[in-house]
Design a protein around this ligand. Structure first.
Ligand code: IMP
Length: 184
């Protein structure tokens, strides 16, 4: 990876650790004595989830969903499709959806509605980032409000790249404008 692909580092490894610890403390407090089904939306939220669950002092079960919302382009397709569903029945269970970033909020809106229709005891959302647009679904547990830019790292990708960066940064536009030029 070319370090120049990242225009600006928004959150360092230390910032992220502090943010995840704060969110875990809130979750520990609110679900004290309860069992929790943590539903991770792959692939973007997987690194966040791994750090989050290791800070939870609860009885946690993990399940995973894959939904399609983004192709290789840095804008929302608006189409949400379940590619992989949960392995378990969540009837009567407390469910926490773990999401990496809320942009338009279309993905989560669809997922919350879908999971609520399965009669769980509760469904809440823990999102690491929320883009500063002002009108999306507000997660119960939120890490940071971030600028309305395309960001990568700590699980977040552009065309499957940059997920392994230990920090989150703004992707330089030249990376996706090069791809767009190549397509034309
Ligand atoms: P939404 O449905 O528009 O809220 O999009 C949510 C999904 O799009 C996230 O779970 C990410 O997978 C992806 N996404 C949105 N914004 C970004 C970004 O800035 N970088 C990387 N992925 C993003």
């Amino acid at each position: 990876m070319n370090p120049q692909d990242i225009k600006e580092i928004l959150y360092t490894k230390e910032d992220l650790d502090e943010t995840v610890s704060r969110m875990a403390a809130q979750i520990n407090e609110n679900y004290k004595g309860k069992k929790l089904v943590v539903v991770t939306i792959l692939k973007g939220a997987c690194i966040f989830m791994c750090d989050l669950v290791r800070k939870l002092d609860l009885d946690v079960e993990m399940d995973f969903m894959i939904v399609s919302s983004y192709g290789s382009q840095a804008k929302s397709s608006g189409v949400v499709r379940i590619v992989k569903d949960l392995d378990q029945d969540i009837t009567g269970k407390d469910v926490l959806i773990v999401e990496d970033i809320i942009d338009t909020g279309l993905t989560l809106k669809y997922l919350v509605k879908n999971l609520k229709s399965r009669n769980p005891a509760s469904v809440h959302v823990a999102a690491l980032l929320l883009k500063d647009l002002g009108n999306q679904l507000q997660p119960k547990y939120l890490g940071k409000v971030c600028p309305n830019e395309f960001v990568v790292g700590y699980g977040l990708d552009y065309d499957e790249r940059y997920r392994n960066l230990p920090y989150i940064g703004i992707l330089d536009e030249k990376v996706y404008s090069q791809d767009q030029d190549a397509e034309e």
